[in-house]
Design a protein around this ligand. Structure first.
Ligand code: TYM
Length: 339
């Protein structure tokens, strides 16, 4: 029998889909905005997660480095706690149905809709020498990712909300013209941690592509590096640890501390009452390092056995293809392709 994604066992469970690009090392922003939720949702939902390597080549990649990054991202997701017994975790390019459906959906996406995407505008500005067609049609591929699995919910950080809204529009448009095929997905954006900001410029989101390494925490940063980056984090000229307008740096650190420790903002204010920024920053650094320690240990274990890792990603791709191929066949039939 073909492997399946929990279909007969738990048909009543809602399906989740999300993906992450393997472009450079993942950050604390990825972890708090998305990955922590991905892990927490495994018990209650039928989860399908992907390493979005097709999306990553919209920016020029060096092949050997790219191959390594895809593998490391896969291992890191497992290390974060994405258990492949409970859910599905696969490499996007191993499931060719993504590229196939993306074409059909691109033909159902308007030029004007794509031109409005802020990520397209930002990336065209930062990669002015390579504004390729893939960068422009990127959201049609993202819609294909989600719609192939008929996902109900998509756990993402706030920056992906616009893409998700376009995925919904594309699904509705297709269903309207050709008949019901796709589930229209809802975003799932966490209340805390949806937008973790840069440690050096709290007006900007924390990003793995930031040229200044002090601006982000990479999930594989050693504990002493994490503590040092926190010490250097930009705050303000006051001394009181409290959440308030205009205190973007402190607000960001309080949010991070809250996500990592589970304490709410009031409890954090009470804990650091009269203690100043220095002590607070040290505590945030320690808490992050503590949270990431087991992730880093598991990552090294997974990376030390590439054979075992390969076996897992091959099996997982098979599992994903079972569902993806069925949805694609349905969509192609509706469009009128001869099968
Ligand atoms: P990517 O790879 O940029 O980011 C992966 C996830 O991390 C979240 N994130 C953040 N959350 C909070 N604070 C931050 N500073 C921060 N930085 C990143 C993102 O919101 C995202 O949830 N296009 C997507 C990948 C993708 C995808 C999909 C997502 C491809 N197909 C289908 C959902 C569904 C991207 O580039 O995410």
């Amino acid at each position: 029998m073909q492997p399946q994604i929990n279909e007969p066992a738990a048909p009543e469970r809602k399906r989740i889909f999300s993906a992450i690009q393997p472009s450079g090392m993942l950050t604390l922003g990825n972890y708090l905005g998305a990955l922590k939720n991905w892990k927490d949702m495994l018990d209650d939902y039928d989860c399908v997660y992907s390493v979005a390597d097709l999306h990553a080549i919209t920016v020029r990649q060096e092949p050997a480095k790219f191959r390594r990054q895809v593998l490391e991202t896969f291992a890191l997701l497992m290390a974060v706690g994405i258990d492949t017994e409970k859910g599905t975790l696969f490499i996007q390019s191993s499931v060719p149905e993504h590229a196939q459906l993306a074409w059909i959906l691109a033909c159902n996406t308007q030029f004007g809709e794509l031109a409005r995407m802020t990520q397209f505008k930002d990336k065209s500005a930062s990669h002015a020498d390579n504004i390729n067609a893939g960068l422009f049609t990127y959201p049609s591929l993202q819609a294909a990712d989600i719609l192939l699995y008929n996902a109900h919910l998509v756990p993402i950080g706030a920056d992906q909300k616009q893409h998700l809204e376009l995925s919904r529009t594309i699904a509705e448009r297709f269903n309207h013209f050709y008949g019901p095929v796709f589930t229209v997905p809802e975003p799932y954006i966490p209340k805390m941690g949806a937008k973790v900001m840069s440690l050096q410029d709290p007006a900007k989101k924390m990003s793995k592509s930031d040229a200044n390494q002090n601006a982000y925490i990479a999930l594989l940063d050693p504990p002493e590096v994490i503590v040092r980056k926190l010490k250097r984090a930009v705050t303000d000229s006051e001394t009181e640890v409290r959440c308030a307008e205009g205190k973007d740096g402190i607000n960001n650190l309080m949010t991070i501390y809250s996500c990592v420790t589970g304490k709410n903002l009031k409890e954090i204010e009470a804990e650091f009452d009269g203690r100043g920024y220095g002590e607070f920053k040290a505590a945030v650094g320690e808490a992050i390092a503590e949270e990431l320690r087991p992730v880093q240990r598991r990552f090294s274990e997974y990376m030390s056995d590439k054979g075992a890792l390969e076996k897992i990603y091959r099996e997982q791709a098979e599992k994903a293809r079972y569902t993806a191929s069925r949805t694609l066949a349905k969509a192609m039939k509706k469009v009128g392709f001869i099968r």
